[in-house]
Design a protein around this ligand. Structure first.
Ligand SMILES: *Cc1c(COP(=O)(O)O)cnc(C)c1O
Length: 555
């Protein structure tokens, strides 16, 4: 909202970081100065894009986390990166370290530039500074914190002792000429070369895509159960919280507690609360799904002991899935119990489809909607406050948007997988990648791996890659059933998949040890692997073992 001379108007900007907001205000000021009409301003502000940058978060040595931002090194992107670091540090209670090179292209005299930088990093709570470059070193006296300076990246690396870094959130930010990737390589933890890459921008894209299919007032519950469908719940939760998502949903109370400890403040629903988890629910203000009388009575009793009032719960209706939930015949008694106490209130009422992704079940889905609506109406009629209702999952949003009601529950779509055949413009979020360890040239007739299952029918080049069934690579993909992608080409998996390693046929592919291999991702969609294994993409995504390092990045 802004006022300028005679205008009073509103703008919406697609950012959350302080630095981007400040940039946007500059844009606004320029347009006002040039007397652009308010409608044009509103329209153009919506279309601003953030300063290009790529930040990667990686696990580092000695319990450190490394944020790598080597795209550019101006003051503005430094502020954005510091904000990003701050949000992470606050969540994890870690010490904040900045490794910073000389900053180019500011047009300011060095003393004023580094005075400004010193101000910013002090203000953003940096506790330790490592300055690299002749100019920043000359201005060392301006910085008032724990500090070290080196003239070049090489001189820093030459004296670097990994033991000097502990439990720190290290932001590495340097102009390209400084080759700070050498520093991040040294500080990164490398035990296992298989990684799951998660594109946080793709999550945002997918979230916005679904949002655009819904009425503006419809709320979205983002499903981050099962460790964010394998992608890591904290990073996703943080990203979605920043985008203004309304609710998160996890499977069990402990998952929710972890998110709260990490600084997630938005409402969190717990889908499968256990009787033993009420204290955890209450202490972290997690909102349980209530699916049975037993659970309803127990939570009221437990809440009463603690003197709680108006604690939000979500009433689950079984409209045809026949998993958990109250049935239509139970509603009268549910209302009786709810109206006879003040400990909990129904914040929402919801149900889940058994087959919303399949046309042949559309009649059944419609009957589910009818049953659910009758239950929800009954509950609402007997309540003094508004109760939100929701039934759509991802497939539901795509296929029955007219039943979006007050809220929807977005799961698999957020992770870039469409549950229906028609493409809908989703972006791939997760890519499972590894690297070639060794390549052997072998003659026709030789066998590969355990049980001598992989028999070579021609002279072949066989590569070993460090991923096996213990990483979540389904053993049924062995013996030619599955493949991976090397330098843009598909390579069949040869022989049985081992626990930590498997072998692939790269006879027709130009490649060498160290080359990247995609197990799934943009070039080999999870849907394709799921089909081969006669399962669903959900299982492929959630099977990636927790020992596989997750790497998050934003463009
Ligand atoms: C997992 C889940 C969803 C999300 O389903 P998707 O098919 O992934 O969109 C929605 N509602 C409930 C109750 C769930 O358990």
């Amino acid at each position: 909202e802004y006022t300028y001379l005679q205008y009073h108007s509103y703008i919406t900007i697609p950012f959350v970081e302080d630095a981007s907001i400040e940039n946007a205000i500059h844009c606004l000021a320029v347009m006002l100065y040039y007397n652009r009409p308010p409608e044009a301003i509103t329209d153009r502000m919506k279309r601003l894009t953030p300063v290009a940058m790529r930040m990667e978060v990686k696990e580092g040595i000695n319990n450190c986390l490394i944020i790598n931002d080597s795209y550019n090194s101006d003051i503005n992107s430094l502020t954005i990166a510091l904000d990003f670091q701050n949000r992470r540090a606050a969540a994890k209670g870690m010490r904040r370290t900045l490794i910073l090179s000389d900053i180019y292209q500011t047009g300011l005299p060095p003393a004023s530039l580094y005075r400004k930088v010193a101000d910013i990093i002090l203000h953003k709570g940096i506790e330790r500074l490592i300055g690299i470059g002749p100019v920043i070193s000359d201005n060392a006296y301006l910085f008032n914190l724990e500090k070290e300076f080196y003239p070049t990246t090489e001189s820093f690396l030459a004296q670097l002792d990994p033991a000097d870094f502990h439990n720190e959130l290290i932001l590495i930010k340097g102009a390209r000429e400084f080759h700070f990737e050498l520093i991040s390589e040294t500080l990164e933890l490398k035990q296992h070369e298989t990684i799951l890459e998660i594109n946080l921008d793709a999550i945002v894209h997918n979230y916005n895509l679904f949002k655009s299919k819904l009425r503006p007032e419809t709320k979205i519950i983002c499903m981050v159960k099962a460790f964010g469908y394998g992608a890591g719940s904290y990073e996703l939760a943080k990203t979605l919280q920043d985008r203004g998502a309304d609710f998160l949903a996890v499977a069990v109370a402990d998952e929710g507690a972890e998110l709260r400890k990490a600084g997630i403040t938005m409402p969190i629903l717990v889908m499968n609360p256990e009787m033993s988890s009420f204290r955890t629910l209450f202490s972290y203000y997690l909102e349980p799904e209530i699916y049975s009388f037993e659970l309803l009575r127990a939570i009221i009793a437990e809440g009463e002991k603690l003197g709680l009032a108006g604690y939000p719960v979500h009433i689950k209706i079984d409209s045809g899935m026949h998993r958990l939930g109250f049935e239509e015949k139970d509603m009268e008694q549910v209302v009786e119990i709810l109206n006879d106490q003040t400990v909990v209130i129904a914040r929402s009422v919801f149900s889940h489809f058994a087959g919303s992704d399949e046309k042949r079940f559309d009649d059944y889905s419609h009957r589910q909607i009818e049953t659910f609506s009758r239950c929800a109406d009954y509950l609402q009629q007997h309540s003094k406050h508004k109760i939100l209702r929701h039934i759509l999952n991802t497939a539901g949003i795509l296929r029955f948007p007219e039943y979006q009601m007050d809220m929807v529950r977005l799961g698999i779509g957020l992770y870039g997988v469409s549950p229906i055949d028609t493409p809908c413009g989703l972006e791939t979020v997760s890519a499972l990648k590894t690297t070639i360890l060794q390549i052997k040239t072998l003659s026709a007739g030789e066998t590969i791996g355990y049980g001598r299952k992989g028999v070579l029918s021609r002279d072949s080049r066989i590569a070993a890659i460090p991923i096996g069934y213990a990483d979540g690579l389904d053993r049924h993909l062995g013996n030619g059933k599955g493949c991976v992608v090397v330098n843009g080409k598909r390579a069949a998996i040869v022989g049985n998949i081992c626990m930590d390693v498997c072998m692939i046929d790269v006879t027709d592919i130009d490649c060498k040890p160290g080359d990247r291999v995609e197990i799934f991702g943009e070039q080999l969609p999870v849907t394709e692997i799921a089909e081969k294994l006669d399962t669903i993409p959900y299982e492929i995504l959630t099977s990636v073992s927790t020992r596989v390092k997750r790497i998050y990045y934003r463009e």
